[in-house]
Design a protein around this ligand. Structure first.
Ligand SMILES: Nc1ncnc2c1ncn2[C@@H]1O[C@H](COP(=O)(O)OP(=O)(O)OP(=O)(O)O)[C@@H](O)[C@H]1O
Ligand SMILES: [Mg+2]
Length: 249
């Protein structure tokens, strides 16, 4: 079914606490490129929020701020805590980010080590690490891939391993950049199913508006580093003029 058809859109959960908040988040890269300009948003516990916008809008840059990868400039709150140097580790435990490019996430000799990296860092005992790795690989449909090297997997398989790397940390928020890009139709369907099964609070950046319509309660449009608008998935995805004006149709 096309966007804006008679799809049943997800209903927004109500009366939940704010899990993530940005207030006037502004960021320029060291070369002077301004990537974010006063972006304020709130994501509530249990919500799935889509962030859409054209190439270069600032979507990935925004995600990288949610666990302090690009620094912490007093504009991001996670579970009511202002992200700062002192609580960086705690915030990173709560926020699992899956990067746009899985090659940025996978660097160990084996898939097992990649998925075990986070929990080992937390000094979780090795038998519990092994249990979590097994569960995480099963969740992404890659049981039996433990001894393979991620370098030699297909793009879609790497994307799944990248998702698996954040699961053992049991994050409160799952942040995923372009979950369906470069996946074949079957791979895309199973990633959608996986994200739906995982549930919890999610922020999903995607150019795949159909995926967004299936997974997100709410959508935020970003363009030129600015938040253009936000609304329910239904409101935003049915507004063809808005989508066109922002390079999304
Ligand atoms: N490391 C960097 N150094 C300088 N500028 C950067 C860097 N990374 C991104 N930018 C710039 O910041 C802006 C936002 O980039 P970003 O990657 O956040 O966009 P995006 O919305 O994720 O785009 P896409 O849909 O292509 O993934 C762009 O103008 C981009 O050129
Ligand atoms: Mg991006």
């Amino acid at each position: 079914m096309g966007i804006g058809g008679e799809r049943k859109f997800l209903k927004m959960p109500t009366r939940r606490k704010n899990l993530v908040e940005t207030r006037d988040l502004t960021y320029s890269y060291p070369d002077g490129t301004q990537a974010l300009d006063r972006v304020s948003l709130i994501v509530k516990e249990g919500e799935s929020v889509g962030i859409i916008g054209p190439n270069g809008a600032g979507k990935s840059t925004l995600l990288l701020h949610l666990n302090g990868i690009l620094g912490h400039n007093r504009s991001v709150w996670v579970s009511g805590m202002e992200l700062n140097r002192a609580n960086l580790k705690e915030v990173r435990r709560k926020v699992g980010i899956i990067f746009q490019n899985p090659d940025d996430q996978l660097f160990c000799p084996t898939v097992f080590d990649d998925v075990a990296f986070g929990p080992r860092n937390l000094r979780i005992p090795e038998d519990e690490v092994a249990r979590r790795v097994k569960r995480s690989l099963e969740a992404v449909g890659l049981a039996g891939f433990e001894e393979r090297s991620a370098f030699h997997l297909s793009f879609g398989q790497k994307k799944r391993v990248a998702i698996a790397t954040v699961l053992p940390m049991e994050p409160e928020l799952l942040v995923i950049d372009e979950p369906s890009s470069n996946l074949d139709p079957g791979g895309r369907r199973s990633i959608i199913q996986l994200l739906r099964d995982l549930g919890g609070t999610q922020i999903i950046v995607s150019h795949d508006l159909d995926l967004v319509s299936q997974l997100c309660h709410r959508v935020i449009i970003l363009n030129n580093g600015r938040k253009i608008t936000e609304g329910t998935t239904q409101e935003i995805l049915r507004d063809q003029a808005l989508l066109k004006a922002n390079g999304l149709l």
